[in-house]
Ligand binder design. Structure first.
Ligand code: ZN
Length: 234
């Protein structure tokens, strides 16, 4: 293995390490944002559940008012019934009382049904409250985890940047600009090992001439994908 091959292979490894640690650090805020979005979604569900309880209660109240109206009407009709002047009037009033009693009975059933729905909606609200609490707990854990690993990641980044800087020092001035542009565009993939006589990035085969040049330590960029190539140490 030529010195160049060893140096490029080492540099590639360091660049990959640097990229991995950089990505890990960047994942932190994204993980927190995802958990925050989840908390917001659960809170929205809780708000919807609370609104439903409110609406059902309002509906039950309205029906109770209607029930009182029917009861008052029935009481009024019964008073008139006692004072009925004729059989015909009596029959009409009896008919009205029956109709109102029927309507009152239907309303009572509806009220019971609505009150059951209120109970169910309250249970759903309690579930939703627990979901919010669990989501907030997850957010807290994630935030703490991200904060806890940050100093370690920062230290690793500083150390790796130093190592990468040192490993890049052997690159001659005539390739450094091209190399920097490649790193800018492809990160660690700026470098590609040559395996089975082909570029490890785009798999285009190399000529014998290119292989020989690489063996003698010449720096070559892939003619197809532009990567800085090195013979794979394996
Ligand atoms: Zn290539």
């Amino acid at each position: 293995m030529s010195e160049t091959t060893a140096a490029l292979s080492h540099l590639h490894q360091l660049r990959q390490d640097l990229q991995r640690v950089t990505e890990r650090k960047e994942q932190g805020p994204r993980r927190i944002t995802a958990k925050q979005a989840y908390v917001a979604k659960r809170k929205q569900e809780l708000e919807t559940a609370r609104q439903r309880v409110k609406q059902l209660r309002h509906s039950a109240d309205q029906k109770n008012l209607q029930l009182k109206t029917h009861e008052a009407k029935i009481a009024d009709l019964k008073a008139k019934l006692n004072a009925a002047a004729s059989n015909r009037e009596y029959d009409i009033l009896r008919g009205q009382i029956e109709a109102d009693t029927m309507a009152k009975s239907v309303l009572e059933d509806e009220i019971l049904e609505t009150l059951e729905q209120v109970d169910e909606a309250q249970a759903a609200t309690r579930d939703a409250e627990q979901h919010v609490a669990a989501a907030e707990e997850e957010l807290k854990k994630t935030s703490e985890g991200v904060a806890a690993e940050l100093p370690g990641l920062d230290a690793e980044l500083v150390a790796l940047q130093e190592k990468v800087g040192a490993a890049e020092r052997f690159l001659p001035a005539n390739v450094i600009d091209t190399y920097r542009r490649l790193v800018e565009a492809f990160g660690a993939d700026a470098l590609a090992p040559v395996e089975s006589k082909a570029c490890g990035s785009c798999y285009v085969g190399l000529t014998m001439q290119q292989i020989l040049e690489l063996k003698t330590g010449k720096l070559l960029f892939c003619k197809s994908c532009g990567r800085l190539m090195y013979l794979s140490p394996e």
